[in-house]
Write a protein that binds this ligand. Structure first.
Ligand code: DGI
Ligand code: FE
Ligand code: FE
Length: 189
């Protein structure tokens, strides 16, 4: 399947450019940390497939494929595109690799015990070259050396951002951070 062509037809120019950046960084990180480069490429291409859908369109996909979601995801249109993207990848594009599906499903919040591929897609999404936010340079540098430390800083950043905006923090975001912190302290002992 030509994922580049699929995505170019689905996303607007900016979102397509973002996606190419995610593909680039995800393959670099896969190289660096020994993940499957082909899976990283496919997950990176497809991760924001559902981004252009509005809330009702997204909900329709969820209902059509009987995807069961928690309330925190359902009440937040920003979060919905990740599980919807997973459903479209699985049921409409025929992706049946569980690792790729997990990486798409959890690319926005992270999850407890993320696979290597999920960590790579989460970080690539955040640090691809067109991303600009305070602290992105620092995460960029650390990501190529220490994935877990880069993730910890990313979760901190996102949670601080959400608090400042008075937004609900998804429990997966909290759980991912807790899990990573346990891992990091264990590594130091
Ligand atoms: O789709 P992208 O823009 O490439 O990036 P993304 O899938 O990481 O989505 C980013 C948005 O998701 C951003 O506005 C912050 C938001 N977000 C991430 N974690 C949480 C969250 N929003 C809420 N409410 N709760 C979270 O835990
Ligand atoms: Fe996204
Ligand atoms: Fe993205």
């Amino acid at each position: 399947m030509n994922y580049d062509e699929i995505i170019r037809n689905v996303l607007n120019e900016n979102r397509y450019k973002h996606t190419l950046g995610v593909v680039k960084v995800a393959t670099e990180l896969a190289d660096r940390f020994g993940a499957d480069k082909e899976k990283a490429t496919i997950a990176a291409y497809l991760h924001d497939y559902a981004k252009p859908l509005n809330y009702n369109e997204a909900l329709k996909v969820i209902e059509k494929y009987d995807i069961i979601l928690d309330e925190e995801t359902l009440e937040n249109p920003e979060l919905l595109h990740a599980p919807v993207g997973m459903a479209i990848a699985k049921y409409e594009l025929g992706i049946n690799d569980e690792e790729i599906l997990e990486a798409i499903r959890y690319h926005t919040t992270g999850k407890e015990n993320m696979s290597l591929l999920t960590k790579i897609i989460y970080l690539a999404d955040l640090i691809e070259p067109s991303r600009e936010f305070d602290g992105v340079e620092k995460i960029r540098k650390i990501a190529y050396k220490d994935l877990d430390l880069a993730l910890k800083i990313s979760f901190d950043n996102t949670i601080i951002y959400l608090i400042k905006k008075n937004m609900i923090i998804h429990s997966d975001t909290i759980k991912s951070r807790n899990y990573i912190i346990r891992n990091l302290t264990r590594g130091k002992k």
